[in-house]
Structure formats: C-alpha cells, structure tokens
Design a protein around this ligand. Structure first.
Ligand code: CP
Length: 293
C-alpha cells in the first residue's frame, strides 16, 4: 500500500507497470463515466500549488472529478500564507478540514522532508529540481502506448536538464526499465554527472526525443537568444528529418515555440505532445485511485 506518491524511486518496475495498465484502462473507458465516477466518491482532493501550473493542476482536478471526488483548489496568493502561515500548518489545516489527499507543487526540492507528520496522502506535483513523478508516469504511459514496451527504449532529452524535475523522474524510470537516455543541450545546462551527446548525432538512433524548456525562473542572469538557441539545440523541421520514422517527439510543456521547439514541430505527425497532456488525466486517475481510495 502506497501512503504518499513523492518519487518513482520508491516504486518497483512492477508497481509502475500496474499503474500504467490502470491508466490505460482509464484511457480506454474515458467515455464511460459510470465505470469510474464511484471510485473516489465522498473523497476530497486538495490541489495546493505554490508554483504556477496549467497541465498538472487542471489534469489532477479533472482526474479527481472523473473518479467522483470533490476538489478544493487552494491558492496560496489568496490565503493565510500571506499572513505567514507555514506549508505544514496549511496542509495540517486542510487535513483537519476533512481533505483526504493533497496534491502539492513547490519550488523547494526538499519540501516533503518537513511534512512527515501529515497523516493524509501527499502527492508530488513537482518539487523544485527533485522529481515530477506524475509527469514521469504520463511520459511512460505515452511511450508504452506507442511501443507496447518500455524495456530497452532509447530516448534523447535536450535542453535544461540541470533544472528539470521531469528528467529527475525519467532517470529513475530509465534504470528500472533498462532504457537508455542521451543528454543533449548546452554544457552549462547539463548536470556534471551526465555525458553530453550531440543532438544532431543522436536523433537518428532514438525511439523518442524529449525537448525541455529553459527554466528561466531557476536561472539568474542567463542571456538567451531564442534564434541562436533554436539553431544550435532546438527541434526544428531540419532536425525532425533526422529522426527515424517510428520515433516520437515529446515535451512536458509548457513549450516556448521558436526556442527549444519550432512552431511547426509542435503539431508534427511524429509529435505526441498533446497526447502526453491528455494522458496526464489517465495517469493521475490511476495514481489518485491507488493512493487515496
Ligand atoms: N508539465 C508540467 O508540469 O506543466 P505545468 O507546469 O503546466 O503543470
């Protein structure tokens, strides 16, 4: 029984495969609400986002509602956080009000370390540069739908890897499923423990390429010329031409068109970017059911 959902590292490959199978069930039954709307009936899920979000927050809300739960959307900017209330006291308050699970996003990599006395399940919706495990699961679901396996897949990731919690979760999954990850992008944006690979040399050898946004909110004084970056590292039409025909394009979003990905590539036939977003609902349904029911 999982209490919290904070990292993919605490799950086995078999646990992850079970979640993917359940997410696929929700995908296949998305037009049959009677099959799912009782699963979290009478439960309350709170979305607590200390950092901005579109995909994660909205898909968690939709996922909870499709399972029949009620949703509280807590907005720090309009709350007693403004009077100095701590995260712990905010979550303890929600727990005492009857909330059954809290979806938390925060800029601090270690935010969950100080929340051990919270008794209700906590779900990591993105913690600093640490992990974004629900994004990890939806990425795995998307890859599994495409290739009917995860074992042995070869994936290039390109961009701001140093600040990416999405890659944090992908790296954990890669070890469990024996996937090979290639790291591309400017040296200054790669962690010291990974080997830099040329995007132009690797694109023809991978099953998927995941492009990443430059996380300007986590940089100080970074000067970025969008056109130069696009020329050197961006996924443009010319580089898409290097991909094998079966290879797919991923991006966790939000994307900056014309920087790490060209406008015409976002909805290219090999792009699965909007499929990833749609899968966010099904992956999060599987996680909410597992952790809260
Ligand atoms: N991928 C992702 O986490 O997007 P949001 O920041 O919009 O939630």
């Amino acid at each position: 029984m999982i209490k919290h959902f904070l990292s993919l590292s605490s799950l086995t490959a078999s646990d992850i495969s079970t979640l993917i199978d359940r997410a696929q069930f929700f995908f296949l039954n998305q037009h049959l609400p009677d099959k799912t709307k009782h699963l979290l009936k009478n439960k309350i899920v709170a979305n607590v986002f200390y950092e901005p979000s579109t995909r994660t927050r909205c898909s968690f809300e939709i996922a909870a509602k499709r399972l029949g739960a009620d949703v509280v959307n807590f907005v720090p900017e309009n709350s007693s956080v403004k009077k100095g209330e701590t995260i712990y006291d905010t979550l303890k308050t929600l727990e005492s009000l009857g909330v059954n699970g809290i979806v938390l996003r925060h800029a601090d990599d270690h935010v969950f370390d100080g929340l051990q006395k919270i008794k209700i399940p906590l779900l990591n919706a993105g913690a600093g540069k640490f992990e974004h495990p629900t994004q990890g699961l939806l990425d795995l679901l998307t890859l599994h739908q495409e290739f009917n396996k995860l074992q042995g897949l070869r994936i290039a990731v390109c961009g701001d890897i140093k600040h990416s919690r999405v890659v944090g979760s992908l790296m954990v999954a890669a070890e469990k499923f024996d996937m090979k990850i290639f790291y591309c992008g400017p040296n200054a944006l790669l962690p010291s423990n990974v080997k830099q690979t040329s995007i132009d040399e690797i694109l023809g050898e991978v099953d998927a390429v995941m492009m990443l946004r430059i996380q300007l909110e986590r940089h100080e004084g970074l000067e970025l010329n969008p056109q130069t970056y696009n020329d050197q590292y961006g996924l443009n039409t010319k580089r898409v031409g290097l991909l094998q025909k079966h290879a797919i394009i991923l991006h966790p979003g939000p994307f900056n068109r014309g920087v790490e990905i060209s406008d015409e590539v976002v909805e290219h036939p090999q792009s699965r970017i909007f499929k990833q977003m749609a899968n966010g609902v099904f992956a999060r349904m599987a996680i909410l059911e597992k952790v809260i029911s």
